[in-house]
Write a protein that binds this ligand. Structure first.
Ligand SMILES: Cc1cc2nc3c(=O)[nH]c(=O)nc-3n(C[C@H](O)[C@H](O)[C@H](O)COP(=O)(O)OP(=O)(O)OC[C@H]3O[C@@H](n4cnc5c(N)ncnc54)[C@H](O)[C@@H]3O)c2cc1C
Length: 470
């Protein structure tokens, strides 16, 4: 049975989740609008370089994931004529059944009405800053990977990667394999954390084996790997705009190492702002150490007609994103009276459920350092847009009695700048929880505000043009 033409589905995000959602809708006779701020489909993991750059093979770009990347790209390319695809298009606001969209190259705007919406907005790095992180030459791990994958360049000649999470070793491996000098990998997780997590991670033996391979490869190629460290600062000269090295504590003493660039991060955080503007209910998810929009096993949010899929509603990885995208599309169809393959829907839910144990293993292997806030010095810049330090945040707690994130924002301006708290919100919440002695879940989260990503100020001030055209 084909879907009724009365349905008007829109998908935000053309990563693995968005692509599989679009594919399922098309298979049932619909022509969804697919909006993505990137110029080419693929999302983060399967990001494609610009067509104008010399093409590298899928193997060179995606390594072990080449086959899956090819499959997602091929699926999307086969859909191109059957969807209304709007690349280079940023959804920056949502209200009254309409999305406000900024189209990159032309800087024009449009309002895109939707009947049903699948939000598949993915994730970004989880940032816990260290003194010196605002020096030029310091990137997030994701940013360092984007430079390599998208632009084919390295962030420096001699790079240190630090923080924790699966991306730490993966990006270090990708850099070293591409010929960059990786001076060291500094992991805040302890070896004991990783050993304790092994049984849970063995639930996905292929993924686990890849992680072990990256570590073994780096070791075999002479890259220094240190675990259980505490990064102290990035050394450098702000006037000369350069990184000179990193300092870290290894449990006994402070050590330093020369480098000219740093990639750092602590796994990922979901991009939840759009779900927030849409009015979705949020709950604290201890596994993700974050407030996340609530969804049922099929991807239905608390708002009728709004579905959530992929890393944007909780970090589960690329395979899960594909399954969740398809599952959300089937839920959308079923909710509107279209017959769907219920056995397939159940299989997808089972697969997603099964990944839960592995995900817990990952959190155990690469825990967010619980003492980060305690060690953050007062002069550490937490919010770089507004230049707000850890000391200012602590003072806002002790002098003004802030004990909740939006109150902290109102009183200190943290998260009020261009990034709207997407970069600093996690760190500010950790500082607030530590300074008040409250559990993280109790200090809450910054409420989403439009524009959810930076746009030219004059566009925010104008009412967008009426209809759907790009
Ligand atoms: C920088 C980075 C690098 C990563 N690298 C790897 C890796 O090498 N290996 C690995 O296993 N995992 C990696 N991950 C994790 C992996 O990318 C995800 O698990 C997977 O891509 C999730 O798929 P998704 O479809 O949910 O989201 P994504 O792939 O992130 O896709 C989301 C899409 O939504 C678009 N979007 C977001 N917000 C808006 C908006 N407001 N308006 C319009 N479009 C929007 C984005 O442009 C993006 O294309 C990485 C994650 C990040 C953040």
């Amino acid at each position: 049975m084909t879907a009724s033409c009365a349905l008007q589905p829109v998908i935000v995000g053309a990563g693995p989740a968005g692509v599989r959602a679009a594919e399922a809708l098309v298979a049932h006779g619909l022509r969804p609008v697919v909006i993505d701020e990137a110029s080419r489909a693929g999302g983060q993991i399967y990001r494609r370089p610009p067509a104008s750059l010399a093409q590298r093979s899928a193997q060179a770009l995606y390594g072990f994931e080449a086959r899956r990347a090819d499959a997602v790209h091929a699926a999307f390319d086969a859909l191109r004529e059957r969807i209304d695809y709007r690349p280079d298009s940023l959804v920056w606001n949502a209200h009254g059944g309409r999305l406000d969209v900024l189209h990159g190259p032309t800087r024009s705007t449009s309002g895109v009405p939707y009947g049903q919406l699948i939000v598949a907005t993915g994730a970004t790095d989880r940032v816990l800053p260290v003194p010196g992180w605002t020096l030029p030459g310091v990137y997030t791990l994701g940013g360092a990977q984007v430079a390599l994958k998208f632009q084919g360049c390295a962030i420096g000649q001699r790079v240190v990667f630090m923080g924790t999470g699966p991306l730490l070793y993966l990006v270090a491996y990708q850099y070293a394999k591409a010929g960059a000098k990786v001076a060291a990998v500094l992991d805040t997780a302890r070896l004991a954390d990783q050993l304790a997590a092994t049984p849970a991670m063995l639930r996905q033996p292929a993924v686990f084996a890849k992680g072990v391979y990256y570590v073994a490869w780096l070791r075999a190629h002479g890259v220094a790997l240190h675990s259980g460290v505490r990064p102290s600062r990035v050394l450098g000269d702000a006037t000369e705009s350069r990184v000179d090295g990193v300092a870290w504590h290894d449990g006994r003493e402070e050590r330093t190492l020369a480098c000219d660039a740093v990639g750092f991060g602590y796994a990922l955080r979901s991009e939840t702002q759009l779900a927030d503007l849409l009015g979705c209910r949020f709950e604290f998810a201890p596994l993700h150490r974050a407030h996340l929009p609530v969804r049922d096993a099929a991807g239905r949010s608390s708002v009728e007609g709004v579905y959530l899929a992929g890393d944007g509603a909780g970090i589960m990885g690329a395979d899960a994103a594909e399954w969740a995208g398809e599952r959300a599309a089937l839920a959308l169809l079923a909710d509107h009276g279209v017959a769907v393959d219920t056995a397939r829907a159940e299989t997808l839910e089972r697969k997603l459920h099964k990944l839960g144990g592995f995900r817990q293993g990952l959190e155990r292997a690469f825990p967010v350092p619980s003492d980060w806030a305690a060690h953050a010095p007062d002069e550490l810049v937490v919010c770089r847009c507004e230049n707000i330090t850890a000391g200012t945040l602590r003072q806002t707690v002790s002098v003004n009695g802030a004990d909740e994130m939006n109150r902290l924002k109102a009183l200190s301006r943290v998260g009020m700048g261009r990034c709207q708290g997407r970069m600093c919100g996690v760190a500010a919440a950790e500082i607030l929880a530590h300074a008040t002695g409250l559990p993280l879940q109790q200090v809450g989260r910054l409420r989403g505000q439009a524009p959810i990503k930076p746009i030219p100020i004059q566009l925010a001030a104008c009412e967008p043009a009426g209809d759907a055209g790009a």
